[in-house]
Design a protein around this ligand. Structure first.
Ligand code: BJW
Ligand code: ZN
Length: 254
């Protein structure tokens, strides 16, 4: 991590209301593949963009369910990284931190962050495709782990209406949960500083949040080892990974 200008560090130290927006890069060092990385292993031949739609699910529910099941199973084996932990510790130090995540994992919560806003939903709980009833799934067994993706799973059904259960995530073309989006938009403009960690900024409406913050004169810090379309919005651009940069920043503010 390159040296950050003293004026910028002062801004960070003095911030009382911080809004953090995280994307897939936040969990990369825990071992969760980013969304736009090449997939590995059994799923290497499939693009997430082609699986994460209601049409894909309706065409082959057992196939899409298996992909999400494999991700839930993988997540069970992973742990929050030093970046998740630094954010949780920081939240305890300042009067207000709003943590908005596009991630469907629960690694922020497992690190101890509270009030996390999941704008793209969660892998678990899942919900009924037809009536929306929510179901918390038990841990996945390892049984189906090595079966080929084209071996389709039996998709569980809703106790209330017998509809198919589906992942609790937001797919392309679906509306984001209204209350979560509303809170996220408010937090983007009502803060002293916004920290944007590990997102490519390609998916709307969330990709608009850093621009909304900038329009409200909020300084936007971007933490990402790679260039992204959001870089133009940055008042401070930190080229590094979440697990390296966030603990180092937290050290400097505490
Ligand atoms: C590191 C790192 C390390 C690596 N440390 N960093 C306006 C314009 C154009 C299109 C649209 C628009 N408005 C809406 C749309 C359509 C669409 C959209 O945005 N399409 C674009 C792709 C063109 N949006 C939608 O469809 C949304 N719905 C909607 O707008 O509905 C309107 C509506 C209203 C009313 C009624 C009905 C409809 C829904 C979007 C849902 C997104 N869902 C997904 C899938 C979730 C489920 C699943 O996981 O399977 O969410 S898509 C996917 O992308 C996932 C992610 O949350 C999201 C963002 O990805 P993210 O986090 O940025 O990851 P990556 O992989 O792209 O980037 C990783 C970054 O990390 C990189 O920059 C790396 O460099 C970095 N990195 N290692 C830090 N160690
Ligand atoms: Zn139902």
């Amino acid at each position: 991590m390159r040296e950050i200008r003293p004026e910028a560090l002062r801004q960070l130290r003095q911030a009382r209301k911080v809004t953090v927006l995280t994307g897939a890069g936040m969990s990369a060092e825990s071992g969760v593949p980013t969304f736009r990385d090449a997939q590995k292993g059994l799923w290497a031949n499939y693009r997430p963009e082609d699986l994460a739609t209601p049409a894909a699910f309706l065409a082959r529910p057992g196939f899409v369910w298996r992909w999400y099941e494999s991700r839930r199973r993988q997540l069970q084996k992973l742990q929050p990284n030093a970046g998740h932990q630094a954010l949780a510790a920081w939240q305890l130090k300042i009067p207000k931190m709003t943590l908005i995540t596009q991630n469907v994992d629960d690694l922020h919560e497992r690190a101890g962050s509270t009030g996390v806003i999941h704008v793209h939903g969660t892998l678990n709980p899942v919900k009924c495709f037809d009536c929306g009833a929510s179901y918390q799934l038990p841990p996945c067994s390892d049984e189906a782990e090595n079966a080929a993706p084209d071996q389709e799973a039996e998709v569980p059904r809703c106790n209330r209406c017998k509809g198919l259960l589906r992942p609790g995530v937001v797919w392309f073309g679906e509306a984001l949960p209204a209350a979560a989006l509303h809170k996220a938009e408010q937090a983007a403009t009502d803060c002293d500083l916004m920290l944007v960690v590990g997102t490519s900024g390609q998916v709307y409406p969330i990709a608009s949040l850093p621009g909304m913050a900038r329009s409200a004169q909020v300084p936007v810090w971007i933490i990402n080892p790679n260039a992204s379309v959001l870089d133009d919005q940055a008042s401070v651009l930190v080229r590094g990974t979440a697990a390296q940069v966030l603990p180092a920043l937290f050290d400097r503010v505490s």
